[in-house]
Design a protein around this ligand. Structure first.
Ligand SMILES: NC(=O)c1ccc[n+]([C@@H]2O[C@H](COP(=O)([O-])OP(=O)(O)OC[C@H]3O[C@@H](n4cnc5c(N)ncnc54)[C@H](O)[C@@H]3O)[C@@H](O)[C@H]2O)c1
Length: 336
C-alpha cells in the first residue's frame, strides 16, 4: 500500500510507535525511526529502543534509518525531517507518536511537570509538523497523523497531558485546513494499547498483583496489543485515504471509531446586550448545560457502548451525518 513512500515516525522505539514503524515498513515505506529512548517521565536517553526497531525492519527486508533526536527541540525535529528528505529524497508520511507522562492533580502540579509534557506532546507535534509541511506543500502531497488521547476529553489527574492532547486536536484541524489545497491530509488518532504507559497506572499495577504479569506481557496478540493501532495509520498514510482530512479517530481493541466534529449545541440571542439577572433567569431553560462531570461520564459511556457494538472497520457516528470542517466527505453509518 505504501511502496516507495518515505516516512518519519517519532517515538517509534517502543509501544504504539514501534508497531506503526514496523507496519509502515511492511507496507513498503522507507522509515526513519526516531526515538530518544527516555523513561516514561521523559528522563534520560538511550539508543537501544530505536536501534532495535531499525534492526527488526532491516532483518525483514525493509528500509530504515535511525534518528535519536528529541522532538521537543525545534532543531532536532527539523533535522529528523531533513534526514528523511536527504536519505529518501522526499517525505510523504509524518507520524507524531513520541510521548511522556507526568501525572499530577492540578493543585499539585509543578511548572516543570506542565512544561515537560507540553514540550514533548504539543510542541513536539508542532516542531515536526512545521518542519515537514514546506516539503509536503512543495510536493503537493503528504500525510500527517498525530497521536492525541481520550485524556483530551478531560482526564482529571492529567491536566498537562489532557491540555497537550486537546491542543494536538486544534493543531490537527488548523493544519488540515491550511494544507488541504496542497494535497496534504492531517488527522489525529486517540490510540490505546497496553504499553508501559498502561503498566504505570494503578490498574496496571493491580493486574500485576493479580496475575504476576504486567499488561504489556499479557497484551501480545490480544485486543490490548498496541500494534492494533497501526493498520489505521497505514490506511490514513496511503493514497486510498486522500479524502480523509481533519478527522479524529479512536482506536480501541480491534475497533476504530470516528469522532464527531465539535459543533454548537444551543444558543440564545437578544436585541441588545444581556442583563446578567435576566440571563440567570432564562439560562436554565435555554442553555441547560449539564456539569462537565455528568457530560463527561455520558460521553465516555456512549464511547463504551460504541466500542462494544463495533465490528470491523466501520465508521460510527452518534447523531446526524455531517460534513467535516475540513471538507472531507465521509459515509457515516448511524447506530443508536
Ligand atoms: N498506550 C495508550 O493506551 C495510549 C493512550 C492514549 C494516547 N497514547 C499516546 O500514544 C503515544 C505512544 O504511547 P505509548 O503508550 O506507545 O508510549 P511508550 O512510552 O511505550 O512510547 C513512547 C516513546 O516515545 C519516546 N519519546 C519520549 N519522549 C521523546 C522525545 N522528546 N523525543 C523522541 N522520542 C521520545 C520514548 O522513548 C518511547 O519510546 C503517546 O503520544 C501517548 O500519549 C497512548
Amino acid at each position: 500500500m505504501l511502496d516507495g513512500k518515505a516516512a518519519l515516525v517519532t517515538g517509534a522505539g517502543r509501544g504504539i510507535g514501534r508497531g506503526i514503524a514496523l507496519a509502515l515498513a511492511q507496507a513498503g515505506a522507507k522509515v526513519v525511526v526516531n526515538d530518544l529512548g527516555t523513561s516514561l517521565s521523559g528522563e534520560g536517553a538511550e539508543p537501544l529502543p530505536a536501534d532495535q526497531v531499525v534492526d527488526e525492519i532491516l532483518t525483514t527486508g525493509g528500509t530504515a534509518e535511525v534518528n535519536r533526536g528529541n522532538v521537543a527541540s525545534f532543531d532536532d525535529a527539523t533535522q529528523m525531517v531533513e534526514q528523511v528528505v536527504r536519505v529518501f529524497g522526499r517525505i510523504d508520511i509524518l507520524v507524531n507518536v513520541a510521548g511522556i507522562l507526568r501525572d499530577r492533580m492540578i493543585f499539585n502540579m509543578t511548572e516543570a511537570e506542565w512544561d515537560a509534557v507540553i514540550a514533548v506532546h504539543l510542541k513536539g507535534t508542532f516542531n515536526c509538523t512545521r518542519a515537514a509541511s514546506p516539503h509536503m506543500r512543495q510536493q503537493q502531497s503528504g500525510r500527517i497523523i498525530s497521536m492525541s488521547s481520550v485524556a483530551a476529553l478531560g482526564s482529571a489527574g492529567q491536566p498537562n497531558y489532557a491540555a497537550a492532547k486537546a491542543g494536538i486536536l486544534g493543531l490537527t484541524w488548523s493544519t488540515a485546513n491550511a494544507l488541504a489545497k496542497y494535497g496534504v491530509t492531517v488527522n489525529a488518532i486517540m490510540p490505546s494499547g497496553a504499553t508501559r504507559m498502561v503498566d504505570s497506572t494503578p490498574r496496571g499495577r493491580r493486574v500485576f498483583e493479580e496475575t504476576g504479569k504486567w499488561p504489556t506481557e499479557l497484551a501480545v496478540g490480544t485486543e490490548r496489543d498496541p500494534d492494533n493501532v497501526a493498520p489505521l495509520v497505514v490506511y490514513l498514510a496511503s493514497d486510498a485515504a486522500a479524502n480523509v482530512n481533519g478527522q479524529v479517530f479512536h482506536s480501541y481493541g480491534y475497533g476504530y471509531t470516528l469522532f464527531e466534529q465539535p459543533h454548537a449545541a444551543r444558543s440564545i440571542r437578544a436585541q441588545q446586550r444581556w442583563d446578567p439577572e435576566e440571563l440567570a433567569r432564562v439560562f436554565p431553560k435555554t442553555l441547560p448545560a449539564p456539569t462537565l462531570g455528568v457530560e463527561h461520564r455520558r460521553r465516555l459511556s456512549l464511547l463504551a457502548v460504541t466500542l462494544r457494538s463495533l465490528s470491523g472497520l466501520r465508521a460510527l457516528h452518534h447523531g446526524s451525518a455531517r460534513v467535516s470542517a475540513a471538507r472531507s466527505v465521509y459515509l457515516l453509518q448511524r447506530r443508536r
